[in-house]
Design a protein around this ligand. Structure first.
Ligand code: G3H
Ligand code: 13P
Ligand code: ZN
Length: 316
């Protein structure tokens, strides 16, 4: 069942975080749905601009519609990750998405408000909700590069939400995209979330760049011929604490890529004579499902499926 993203937020707020997982292909799609059903979790499927152009922007939307048919017990929202204005408008009009993210965080405060407001207006008119971003994650976000973290300013966040009417806010608290998040100890500014929650009680906050980059995955990739050095991620044992500060959606992409890489490197190392893409795919799908199910335990979303379904139905 494809559900409104804000219904999931209302159900989760303060109790658990919804896992928002980026996918790009059929194998990830199958593993994602299987893993969430195994762990009985509601979830968000995230499609990025890059994912949409990897095959064709309509291809993943067809997968979503078909997944909804073949996994009737799944409770999920379909979300555009890091959209620009034109991509948001395309997704709003597609009839498949539950929500879009407009990422104008690289623009000035006023310009970010101006663009976000336009997207909010178009989305709300069609019954979709909007995630916006204030502050900047260090590193690459879609096409934009920030040399340093620009932490979200809590007072600005409160003003931004009031003036744009956005429905959730991605906050920069020291995470970053990809596999190389920290040198040395993890330094996350949970104090910023505390301040934002005081000013915006009950308002859903989003943590991007939240992959854990498990050492075991990286070690196995390297043992099978990879060369990933200095990788480091976010401590998933802190997710439940973050949900008490308003974090309601947690974005995970890189960890799934690492599982993909480990499975395929090990498969072809151990079966150098094989070349059918379905053979490693048959290993990847259940491995990805296992990873999703384990992540949902850390997010607290595991076991929430039936309650979330009932809540979404009652609040239609
Ligand atoms: O925020 C970035 C996501 O991990 C999506 O990555 O743009 O390479 O699909 P992508
Ligand atoms: P990771 O790179 O940590 O998986 O973050 C993904 C993300 O924030 C997608 O928007
Ligand atoms: Zn992101």
């Amino acid at each position: 069942m494809i559900v409104p993203t804000n219904a999931l937020f209302k159900h989760a707020y303060g109790k658990y975080a919804i896992g928002a997982y980026n996918i790009n292909n059929l194998e990830q799609c199958m593993g994602l749905f299987q893993g969430n059903l195994q762990s009985k979790a509601p979830f968000i499927v995230q499609l990025s601009k890059g994912a949409r152009s990897y095959s064709h922007k309509r291809m993943l939307e067809s997968l979503m519609k078909t997944a909804d048919e073949i996994f009737p017990d799944a409770v999920f929202a379909v979300h555009l990750d890091h959209g620009d204005e034109a991509t948001c408008m395309d997704c709003i009009n597609s009839g498949v998405y539950s929500s879009v993210m407009i990422d104008a965080s690289h623009e000035s405060f006023e310009k970010n408000i101006e663009i976000t407001k336009r997207v909010v207006q178009a989305a709300h008119a069609k019954g979709l909700v909007v995630e916006a971003e204030l502050g900047q994650l260090k590193g690459v976000e879609e096409d934009v590069h920030a040399a340093e973290h620009v932490y979200t300013n809590p007072e600005e966040a409160a003003t931004f939400v009031k003036r744009t009417g956005c429905d959730s806010l991605a906050c920069a608290i020291g995470t970053s995209h990809g596999a190389f998040k920290f040198k040395g100890d993890q330094k996350l500014r949970y104090d910023i979330l505390t301040e934002i929650q005081k000013l915006l009680p009950g308002f859903p906050l989003v943590m991007h760049g939240s992959s854990s980059v498990p050492k075991e995955e990286v070690d196995r990739i390297n043992a099978a011929g990879g060369n990933i050095k200095g990788a480091c991620g976010v401590d998933a044992d802190q997710f439940l604490g973050a949900t008490k500060l308003g974090v309601t959606k947690i974005n995970i992409d890189t960890d799934g890529r690492l599982v993909w890489c480990r499975v395929h490197r090990e498969f072809f190392r151990d079966h150098p004579e094989m070349f059918d893409l379905r053979d490693p795919g048959k290993v990847f799908i259940p491995e990805y499902a296992k990873f999703i199910a384990a992540k949902n335990v850390k997010l607290g979303s595991a076991g929430q499926l039936d309650a979330a379904r009932a809540f979404c139905k009652a609040n239609q």
